[in-house]
Write a protein that binds this ligand. Sequence first.
Ligand SMILES: C[S@@+](CC[C@H](N)C(=O)[O-])C[C@H]1O[C@@H](n2cnc3c(N)ncnc32)[C@H](O)[C@@H]1O
Length: 255
Amino acid sequence: MAQWWSEFNDDFRPHELPYFRKFVEAGGGPALDAGCGAGRLLLPLLRAGLDVDGCDVSADMIAVCREKAEAEGLAPDLYVQAMHELDLPRRYRTIVVCGSFGLGSDRERDRQALHRFREHLEPGGTLLLDIEVPYADARLWKYWLPDERASLPEAGRPPGEPRRGSDGSEYTLSSRVVDVDPLEQHVVMEIHAERWRDGVLEEAEDHRLDIGLYFEHELLLMLECAGFDDVTVHGEHTERPPTADDGFLVFVARR
Ligand SMILES: C[S@@+](CC[C@H](N)C(=O)[O-])C[C@H]1O[C@@H](n2cnc3c(N)ncnc32)[C@H](O)[C@@H]1O
């Protein structure tokens, strides 16, 4: 899974990088990429000469990120840690949480994560945390309706076209929705990844992915409860107020 993310996601939503980079530069001090994955944002920020640490709950993701950084002569401080247990030696001017909040977690842990982020900010520092709003994903949103939900779990989907990685192997990825609980705002998905070489299956992985869903006002309250009293919301990784048509919201919270 980490290999897939590393190989095929570098050009995924390219507008996010300049948005976050501007805040990291303006912050003028160390930054943390929390849930950095394989380094899609972290590596270009480091290349730009910015002082950025990374953390991720997945040791595989951190290993891939480290390998890619070292191949470029970069040596970031990377940590294998879950957000709700974040305990790092430095304090940051900026913390970026992109595509990672609410994953593999539950509400209590997500609340703890917001507290941990605030603890890891210097006074005046900024947390930038994005979410995809629950109504943005047509595949999932329809399961909020009881009749649609009754058809879950989805049947296994055929994998998409294999994609050739830089190591010459071919990778496939498929996912299915197992459960959607609108009361708990919680989704369970299963993801299946395969790596093939010369027609032989080399490795297969199955993962369960728990996704906690949040709406704008709920997350604003959670940030307030975590001690953030100055929070602005942006739409779609731009610096404008959000609209009902935005699929992503970014919460810009100052300590
Ligand atoms: C969708 S990827 C995004 C990676 C990266 N931020 C990016 O934008 O390319 C989500 C990442 O969050 C990590 N993650 C999921 N749950 C986490 C948690 N509770 N604490 C820390 N990292 C987590 C995953 O391992 C994965 O690398």
